[in-house]
Design a binder for this molecule. Sequence first.
Ligand code: NCD
Length: 296
Amino acid sequence: MTSLISIADLATSQIEGLLDLASQLKQEPGDRAAGRLIVPMFFEPSTRTRMSFDIASARLGANVIEFDPETSSAVKGESLRDTAQTVGALGPDLIIIRHPRAGAPEAVARWSGRPVINGGDGRRAHPTQTLADLLTMRAHFGDLNGLRVGIVGDIANSRVARGLLDSLPRFGAEITGIGPPGFVPRDLPWDMARTTDLDSKLGELDVVYLLRVQKERGGALAYPSDAEYHTRFGLSEERSQLMKPDCVVMHPGPINRGVEIAGSLVDSERSLILDQVSAGVHVRMAVIASIVEGLL
Ligand code: NCD
C-alpha cells in the first residue's frame, strides 16, 4: 500500500507495527524523510491534525509546502480533479488531504499519482487520529485486550468513532455506543453494544471517549440544545463521580466545554486529551516514514 486512506485497510499487524514505530520515533525521530516534499491540502478547518502533520514532517526532516484552498484556484472554480492533477505534476513525494467529501482522498491519489494520507474525509475515516487514540490507550493501559470503551455522542456523523469501531475490537476491546438514538443508530454496520443511559454504564468503563456534536454534518438535528445535550449526555463533574477511579477520559478535539464535557474534567487527572495530541505527532511520523520508505 502506498496511501493510507482508512484504518480498515490495514492489517492488525500493520497497525501494531505503526504503533511500535511511533514509540520508537518519539525517542529518536532521525531524518527519515530528509529532502522529501510533502504537500498538505486541508479543505476543512483543523488545528491538531494539520499542525501535527506539519510538525511530524519537520521532525523527520521533510519540506512542507502547504496548499491553501482559500487562496488557490479552487476559488476560481478549479475542480478537485484538476487541482489534484496539477499538484501531482508539481512532483511532491506525499500529499496529505482533509476534505468534507468521503472518498476524496483516494480520488486525489488516483488523479495526482502520488501517495496520499487521509487527514479526515467527511464522516468516513481519519486513520491517523485512530492510530493516535490506540497509541494513547496502549501507552496508558499497556494492553488493549479486554478494555471497555464507551463512545459517547455523535457516532452517526463521526469519522473518529468509525476508526475506533474499525480497530479496537480487533485488539479485544469492547465498545459501547452511548447517546440519543439519532447519534447511535441501529443501522450502523458495526457490532457494538448500544445504550441511551450513560449513568448506568459509566461505572463499567475503562475509557469514556467523548465526541463533539458534528453540527456541520447535521448532528445538531438529533437533540434540542447544547444545554439539554449536556444535561442528558454531557460528562459533568457530578456524573463523573460514577466513573471507576481509574477510568480515563478521551476526546479527539476540538472540545466544546460545557456541552459534551465539563471544562474541569478536560483539565483533570483523568484526562488523556493532551496525550492524544502528542501521540498524534508520533503516529504521523510513523505513517510518513513508512510511506516514503515504501514500508506500508
Ligand atoms: C476531529 C475531526 O476533525 O475529525 N478532530 C480531529 O481531527 N482531532 C473531530 C471533530 O471535528 O469533532
